[in-house]
Design a protein around this ligand. Structure first.
Ligand code: OAD
Length: 228
């Protein structure tokens, strides 16, 4: 019978495309305070600072190209006999650029959100304080990013996928941010096999049965070859 694979990706899969991770040495959270740039309270206090931070991320992401790992996952999704669901914590669009279908649980740099009415629209490359909402007109536009203290998107759909999966893979994520860090336990509960791909052991390595250690651009294509 065809199997269902659920794949969770994190910042490590985009590192070789030139996008910095959060918690590696010199990563984004070593340079910026989470409270300032990744919380609703930080945005209320200093929206210009938060927009500057995400404008930088948007500019970097716009220049980045998918790497061999993104391309391999897209190939797996196209060619595998079963179902392949890709869930990403990343806000870049590199899975889409590789022509994969992806669920963005932490939002997307390409999207803007009206804090007043909830309308979403395509974010301009540079967003500014008081960005007007095209639906309600309020100057309440914010990056459509899930900040700390907010509920990640598509959780019901993701939990359904996890409950029905036969194989769960986590690629390039430190396993420090919930609920994503708990997906491996949910998949195990559902009876799935589990595999982690990372440069090194992560905080949740103990929960995975199998491990492939190395850069995503090398280990992911090899793993995909074995599945196909
Ligand atoms: P982290 O920066 O926490 O972790 C990146 C992981 O990728 C680490 O475990 C690295 O060892 C690994 N890594 C780095 N380079 C790699 C490579 N070339 N190949 C394979 N692995 C590599 O990033 P995330 O786990 O994605 O949330 O962080 C989770 C969330 O925390 C993010 O979505 C973001 C952040 O706060 C929000 O902004 C809402």
């Amino acid at each position: 019978m065809a199997e269902k694979i659920v794949i969770l990706t994190g910042a490590g899969i985009s590192a070789e495309s030139g996008l910095g991770t959060f918690r590696d040495e010199g990563g984004l959270w070593a340079q910026h305070r989470i409270e300032d740039v990744a919380t609703p309270e930080g945005f209320a206090k200093d929206p210009a600072l938060v927009h500057r931070f995400y404008n930088m991320r948007r500019a970097e992401a716009a220049k980045a190209q998918p790497n061999a790992a993104h391309l391999a996952l897209a190939r797996l999704q196209r060619e595998y006999s079963g179902e392949v669901v890709i869930v990403t914590q990343n806000v870049d669009a590199l899975h889409e650029a590789a022509r994969a279908e992806v669920i963005h649980m932490h939002g997307a740099l390409a999207s803007a959100l009206c804090a007043a009415c909830g309308h979403r629209w395509a974010a301009p490359l540079v967003m500014a304080t008081g960005e007007p909402c095209p639906a309600c007109g309020a100057g309440a536009g914010r990056p459509d990013i899930v900040w700390f203290g907010e509920m990640p998107y598509f959780m019901e759909q993701i939990e359904d996928h996890l409950l029905g999966c036969d194989l769960f893979a986590a690629i390039g994520t430190s396993g420090q941010v919930y609920p994503a860090a708990g997906f491996v336990q949910q998949a195990r509960y559902a009876g799935a096999r589990t595999i982690e791909m990372n440069l090194r052991d992560s905080d949740s390595s103990y929960a995975f049965e199998d491990h492939l250690i190395g850069p995503a651009s090398k280990v992911v294509p090899r793993w995909v070859d074995t599945l196909l």
